[in-house]
Ligand binder design. Structure first.
Ligand code: ASP
Length: 325
């Protein structure tokens, strides 16, 4: 009996040692970053940029997988339930903090079910419309949508997406509810906007800058209190009369809860290296954003930020009275 006890003890010690060694060797195979929106959109763009650099640091392939739908909650849920070994990650944005207030039955807990890796970037948003949409500036747009609220359509990436949040803030501010058209991401929404099937939307500069500069869409305003350096002629919402309008889409990288610390540390280091990469900084700047400061690209900073953002958005969403099942 004593011998069996000894054997069992040795077995447990061996398993623990193997798990530790596994985490220290991490990664020994490709890492997947799940983006909870369609390919080609703004969240996907951020993910693909950092994935290539992280791959160089980790000496393994870093693959981006798109799992769009339900405002990002389908992809987030997939990672919440994935094996906590560091090989399946989630790159999500501000929606990770608004989903618990928007969804009555969210199948995961954004805090308890994830291990934060680090913040990535804060991306301003822009109000854009199909090229032939009649309003000429934001004041005009507000008057127009109020007068035509039954026929104007607003595109978004579903309840819980950043484009949904921005639209909700806009509709609350102008006290007018509009018809929304949900997509699996704002890449397909942009296609329909370019094709004239929907009227307008609010989306990250990482998706809209190219189309704005090419003159393919009308632009009305940026959502941050300061103008965006890459779009210097575009006024802010605050300049356009909506005094408290202030939203930027922060992005973070997560692993499932229970992922070994050794793997999280390696992932956080690879993220930090990516955010210092001059090529990534340059591309971010062209797209209207920049990497977060080094002290924010850490597990602790993302954990703290996520909790603070859940607190911030909860009363605002309750006041707007928007819910999904
Ligand atoms: N921009 C989208 C959103 O509204 C997401 C995406 O397609 O990346 O949340």
């Amino acid at each position: 009996m004593f011998r069996n006890f000894f054997k069992a003890g040795a077995g447990i010690a061996l398993a623990a040692a193997a798990a530790l060694a596994g985490a220290q060797d991490f990664p020994t195979k490709a890492v997947t970053i799940v983006v909870p929106f369609a390919a080609g959109g703004p969240t996907d763009t951020v993910a693909r940029l950092i994935a290539s650099s992280m791959s160089n640091t980790l000496h393994q392939q870093v693959i981006v997988e798109n799992a769009g739908g339900a405002g990002g909650t389908i992809g987030a849920n997939k990672v919440a339930k994935a094996k906590p070994d560091g090989y399946t990650l989630l790159l999500h944005h501000i929606g990770q903090s608004t989903a618990p207030s928007l969804y009555r039955k969210l199948p995961f807990d954004p805090v308890k079910d994830f291990e934060p890796v680090g913040l990535i970037t804060d991306v301003p948003m822009t109000f854009i419309a199909r090229k032939d949409f009649p309003p000429k500036d934001m004041k005009d747009l507000i008057a127009y949508v109020k007068a035509n609220k039954d026929k104007v359509t607003y595109a978004n990436a579903g309840i819980g997406s950043a484009s949904h949040l921005c639209g909700m803030l806009f509709m609350t501010a102008i006290q007018t509810e509009l018809t929304t058209v949900p997509y699996k991401g704002t890449a397909p929404a942009m296609n329909d906007l370019l094709g004239g099937q929907v009227d307008f939307m609010c989306d990250q500069t990482t998706n809209t800058t190219g189309q704005i500069k090419a003159g393919k869409v009308k632009v009305y305003a940026v959502t941050t209190p300061k103008r965006v350096p890459s779009l210097p002629d575009v006024p802010t919402m605050q300049e356009s009369g909506l005094k408290d309008f202030d939203v930027a889409v922060w992005h973070g990288l997560y692993a499932p809860a229970g992922t070994p610390k050794a793997a999280i540390d390696k992932l956080a280091n690879a993220l930090q290296v990516a955010l210092k990469d001059p090529k990534i900084k340059e591309r971010f700047a062209e797209l209207g954003t920049e990497p977060v400061a080094a002290d924010r690209a850490t597990p602790a900073a993302l954990g703290k930020h996520l909790k603070a953002q859940i607190e911030l958005w909860s009363p605002i969403i309750k006041k707007a009275g928007v819910y999904a099942d």
